[in-house]
Ligand binder design. Structure first.
Ligand code: SF4
Ligand code: SF4
Length: 121
């Protein structure tokens, strides 16, 4: 009997302890987290000089460059940040965009127009 009452009080105290704490989860998508500055989300490219370094340091072969088209295949990207780290002119940046859900996997192929110098998706 004593054990049951003790167990009940313990569980009630646990409930009360957590009742007034700030929740650790958010009601996504109504509420969204703000990722930290060093977060590695969707990469984007601007002012690329076509040195090809990123294609060599990408461990998954997610980057291809043809003529003036710069492609990053997010189906292959593991968001390691190597491309951004080794780019000599910091043309690749890892954004804080983490909402990458798509209904068609072709949409995960990011295409940037190198001539225009900015995002062409
Ligand atoms: S973040 Fe990593 S895996 Fe993704 S494109 Fe850059 S180097 Fe490749
Ligand atoms: S993004 Fe940077 S590393 Fe990649 S080809 Fe362009 S300039 Fe070179």
């Amino acid at each position: 009997m004593f054990n049951k009452i003790f167990g009940l009080l313990t569980s009630m105290s646990t409930v009360f302890k957590h009742l007034f704490k700030k929740p650790v989860t958010l009601e996504y998508p109504e509420k969204k987290i703000i990722p930290p500055e060093n977060f590695r989300g969707k990469p984007y490219v601007e002012n690329c000089i076509k040195c090809m370094t990123c294609t060599k340091v990408c461990p998954t072969g997610a980057i291809t460059i043809e003529e003036n088209e710069f492609n990053i295949n997010l189906n292959k990207c593991i968001f390691c940040g190597n491309c951004a780290y080794y780019c000599p002119v910091k043309a690749i940046k890892m954004s804080r965009d983490y909402e990458l859900g798509v209904s068609n996997k072709e949409e995960l192929n990011l295409v940037y127009d190198i001539k225009r110098g900015s995002d062409n998706v």
